[in-house]
Design a protein around this ligand. Structure first.
Ligand SMILES: *[C@@H]1O[C@H](CO)[C@@H](O)[C@H](O)[C@H]1NC(C)=O
Ligand SMILES: *[C@@H]1O[C@H](CO)[C@@H](O)[C@H](O)[C@H]1NC(C)=O
Ligand SMILES: *[C@@H]1O[C@H](CO)[C@@H](O)[C@H](O)[C@H]1NC(C)=O
Ligand SMILES: *[C@@H]1O[C@H](CO)[C@@H](O)[C@H](O)[C@H]1NC(C)=O
Ligand SMILES: *[C@@H]1O[C@H](CO)[C@@H](O)[C@H](O)[C@H]1NC(C)=O
Ligand SMILES: *[C@@H]1O[C@H](CO)[C@@H](O)[C@H](O)[C@H]1NC(C)=O
Ligand SMILES: *[C@@H]1O[C@H](CO)[C@@H](O)[C@H](O)[C@H]1NC(C)=O
Ligand SMILES: *[C@@H]1O[C@H](CO)[C@@H](O)[C@H](O)[C@H]1NC(C)=O
Length: 451
């Protein structure tokens, strides 16, 4: 077949645009991540007329936006590139909500503990990386916002079922209210560990210990050389029928929490063993030939929109762990190097020539694309730089965010519901609809319970 001159020109242009990553060169890494973030911006609504600041286009939910901004703040820090600083600042401020607790009124009716928790992990990154502090008068610091989320999540601790733990959902009308899961509790665990390390307030470390112990007691986390981290269980049978899917984000969030605890306890033996065992499970379940993959869905090509972004937060947690628990560095570095190189090779598709794929084993783009694919490639490649700059800060090593240990406590779950209905009351028809829906769901729920 004769290739037309135009097509061969096109091929040349595309191969120039494809990502060519030298894993040992900072400028190559930052050029690659800039291209990948350009792909992320294609899904961003906030700078499009009529779009919402801090949100990505459908089908990407609010929680995923929170997750993706975390990888971009890391890149802002690791590449010392301020191009997205204003965009990130505006996004974090737009979605914090009127009580500065990441329960914005657009989300509260459907928001789960995991959604609020993942956003708070990102805001904690802003704290630890000394991201631009809120400038407007009277606005609390990022640290106070994380403390607000921590306080609210912990206030939802439910000792009446399964001996403790958070439920997945915050509100009774959402399906999943009867499910207790690892990600919600893992976020609370990690937030507590990070707040404890950052502020030096040992109350947080005690809460972290309590949440971790619960995860182990209830068998969501099974400690052994290669620890299991399962998804969760419903309270209907006292959390005994465990859903045994293993996802990289669950392993990652628990692993990161252990590494922060190890660091905050000045290297305790207990947390060293826990970190080793969770890492043992994570490396055995989510890597093949040192290349990361979402083993539960990727091989069968069944990863849904949410699952496609899990490797992103898992990658970030491997990086933090490598830094905060230095005995893991030799294990983690080759996993990061090999996976980052493989991910970069997958970023060679689409009309821009550098769209990233889901599967990093093929040495090429696999034809899949989306916000999750972009974010995973960004975060694994970010990690190549994680040892080049200072570790996550604390109050005593130069962090400048202002905190408030009692933030968020004035807002109760009932108030949140009340406030939503009040907001809608301006528009009476809207209020009627919301009330009808809420009552309808409550009635249905009751009928269902009676049956
Ligand atoms: C910083 O980011 C911008 C936007 O992604 C990019 O155009 C620029 O090349 C980056 N600068 C460096 C030094 O990588
Ligand atoms: C809330 O939703 C409305 C309607 O879609 C939108 O205009 C507004 O920007 C959203 N606000 C936030 C903070 O997401
Ligand atoms: C429920 O499980 C917890 C923890 O496994 C146990 O302590 C408690 O006794 C159980 N409660 C019931 C009612 O079986
Ligand atoms: C430490 O954290 C706990 C839990 O949020 C809080 O009640 C307490 O006031 C904090 N102590 C200080 C000295 O900030
Ligand atoms: C860790 O070491 C620091 C500095 O020596 C000390 O102030 C702190 O109390 C120690 N923390 C723990 C949990 O042992
Ligand atoms: C905690 O993390 C810092 C930053 O990487 C590191 O220098 C320190 O050694 C860690 N602490 C322990 C006990 O490993
Ligand atoms: C953190 O930011 C503040 C305010 O911009 C600055 O004064 C401080 O030096 C920064 N700390 C570090 C460690 O960079
Ligand atoms: C909580 O309410 C108390 C009493 O009404 C008030 O003094 C305090 O400032 C409030 N805190 C926050 C964070 O809003």
């Amino acid at each position: 077949m004769k290739i037309s001159p135009l097509y061969s020109l096109f091929l040349t242009v595309v191969s120039v645009l494809a990502i060519d990553l030298d894993t040992s060169s900072k400028s190559s890494i930052c050029t690659a991540t800039a291209l990948i973030q350009q792909g992320i911006s294609d899904y961003y609504e906030g700078d499009v007329y009529g779009g919402t600041v801090g949100m990505f286009v459908s089908p990407y939910y609010w929680w995923e936006a929170g997750l993706v901004f975390g990888g971009m703040i890391e890149n802002w820090y690791l590449c010392q590139n301020t191009s997205y600083e204003d965009m990130l600042y505006d996004a974090l401020m737009a979605q914090t909500g009127s009580d500065y607790d990441y329960m914005p009124s657009n989300q509260t009716m459907v928001e789960g503990n995991d959604d609020q928790g993942v956003w708070a992990l990102t805001v904690m990154t802003a704290v630890e990386r000394n991201f631009t502090n809120p400038k407007e008068d009277g606005t609390p610091g990022w640290l106070a916002m994380v403390q607000a989320v921590f306080n609210q999540m912990y206030s939802r601790w439910d000792s009446d079922h399964c001996n403790g733990g958070l439920r997945w959902q915050i509100f009774t009308w959402n399906s999943g209210y009867n499910y207790k899961n690892t990600i919600s509790n893992g976020c609370l665990f990690q937030l507590a560990a990070r707040l404890g390390r950052y502020t030096g307030n040992t109350t947080y470390l005690e809460v972290a210990e309590k949440v971790f112990d619960w995860l182990v007691d209830i068998d969501f986390v099974v400690m052994k050389e290669e620890a299991n981290v399962f998804d969760g269980a419903t309270i209907d049978d006292n959390c005994t029928s465990i859903v045994k899917y293993e996802w990289s984000y669950n392993h990652g969030v628990v692993l990161g929490g252990c590494a922060y605890m190890y660091n905050a306890t000045n290297g305790s033996d207990v947390w060293q063993t826990r970190t080793e065992q969770i890492l043992g499970g994570a490396t055995s379940f989510f890597f093949e030939d040192d290349i990361m993959y979402e083993s539960t869905c990727q091989a069968s090509n069944k990863c849904n929109t949410d699952q496609r972004v899990f490797k992103a937060i898992f990658s970030r947690m491997l990086g933090y762990t490598s830094v905060l628990a230095p005995f893991t560095t030799d294990t983690i570095t080759p996993l990061i190097d090999t996976s980052a190189a493989a991910a970069a090779k997958s970023c060679s598709g689409g009309t821009d020539g550098h769209t990233c794929g889901l599967n990093w084993f093929t040495g090429d783009w696999d034809g899949q694309y989306g916000l999750g694919e972009q974010a995973c490639a960004l975060e694994i490649i970010n990690q190549l730089l994680v040892h080049d700059l200072p570790a996550p800060l604390t109050e005593s090593t130069g962090g400048s965010s202002s905190g408030d240990a009692s933030a968020g406590l004035n807002v109760s779950t009932t108030n949140v519901l009340q406030k939503n209905i009040n907001i809608t009351a301006g528009d009476k028809a809207g209020a009627g609809i919301i009330t009808t829906i809420v009552l309808g769901v409550l009635v249905l729920g009751t009928v269902w319970m009676v049956l």
